[in-house]
Design a protein around this ligand. Structure first.
Ligand code: ASP
Length: 317
């Protein structure tokens, strides 16, 4: 039997390892995705997801998350949720509801509380310090505030042939209150059909939404393209379209896995991801845009990993 998991960014690796362990033991793809994403949400040094995530312009940590079941197409999502330790679990629970399955803001937080999800102040001292520092820098140097964002997006395939997609993000650092990215939006941030495959996105949500790239990649896989060919076609053609209209495209990266456990990625920035399946042990790769609508994918080096570890834990001056 085949199984597999793929997820965005180096931060997802420990979660991918856990998900693959569950999948090897014949657990459901939904449990695997939830476990994978919770692992990222719980780690305080990842500053773009869950606990330790960076806040909006007013210093409030608003989070977006979604869960989609590829057998039933059930979707649950939250946007701008606050003070809840695992937005992905709230999204998963909402996916069982026929109505009201996408909640925003206070309604989302209240739902989570009523359903007994763990209430937690998700803003760490470190994230607050980074926010204060950035506020100062923006005022002093007139900087673009919106860098420092990454979403954990994941797709899992289990031995029963079911697939699940999930996302979780604190969105853009310094976003305006109420701003929602692509991550909780079906078709933009994620999409999965167990009979074809799934895809998820990370990058500038405002641009990702313009292309509905996750849905497009699944659609292309449904037409017979491999996950890599589908990612290359969807991502680079859309990158070119945005560049033609705006002179440039926001940074974005997409990952995909099909029902055979084969995977692909495409990106217009330096992009790391983690992937494994029944044949390949979990591994972190680094991807870059190649020539002629292709993607260059290489194994990550120890040097890169060491520098990353140092960077995420560096003291905030
Ligand atoms: N897509 C996320 C957003 O726009 C951020 C990211 O993945 O970098 O909210």
């Amino acid at each position: 039997m085949v199984w597999g998991a793929i997820a965005t960014w180096r931060m997802a690796h420990d979660g991918v390892v856990k998900a693959l362990d569950l999948l090897e033991r014949k657990q459901h793809s939904g449990d695997a995705v939830e476990e994978l994403i919770k692992t990222v949400e719980d780690y305080p040094y990842y500053k773009s997801v869950g606990y330790g995530g960076l806040p909006n312009a007013e210093g409030i940590l608003e989070m977006d998350a979604a869960f989609m079941d590829g057998d039933s197409f059930k979707i649950g999502a939250v946007a701008g949720i606050t003070d809840v330790s695992n937005p992905i679990s709230v999204a998963r629970k909402l996916s069982d509801d026929k109505f009201n399955s996408f909640r925003v803001g206070e309604g989302a937080t209240r739902y989570a509380m009523t359903e007994g999800f763990h209430r937690k102040n998700m803003l760490t001292e470190r994230a607050h310090k980074i926010w204060e520092k950035r506020l100062k820098e923006i005022h002093e140097n007139n900087l673009n505030p919106y860098n420092g964002h990454d979403t954990v997006g994941a797709i899992t395939l289990d031995q029963m042939g079911s697939m699940t997609a999930g996302t979780s993000s604190s969105g853009l650092f310094m976003k305006k209150p109420g701003r929602v990215g692509d991550s909780p939006l079906s078709g933009s941030g994620f999409y999965v059909d167990s009979q074809i495959g799934g895809a998820t996105a990370t990058g500038l949500g405002e641009d990702l939404m313009k292309g509905c790239l996750s849905y497009e990649i699944v659609r292309l896989m449904g037409e017979g393209l491999s996950p890599q060919a589908a990612c290359d076609k969807a991502v680079y053609e859309f990158h070119d379209k945005l560049t033609a209209r705006y002179g440039k495209a926001g940074a974005f990266s997409l990952i995909a896995m099909n029902k055979a456990g084969e995977w692909g990625v495409a990106t217009n920035v330096e992009f790391t991801f983690s992937v494994g399946n029944d044949k390949e042990a979990p591994q972190i790769f680094i991807a870059n845009m190649g020539e002629n609508h292709t993607t260059k994918i290489e194994s990550i080096t120890q040097e890169w990993l060491d520098a990353y570890e140092k960077r995420i834990k560096a003291p905030i001056e």
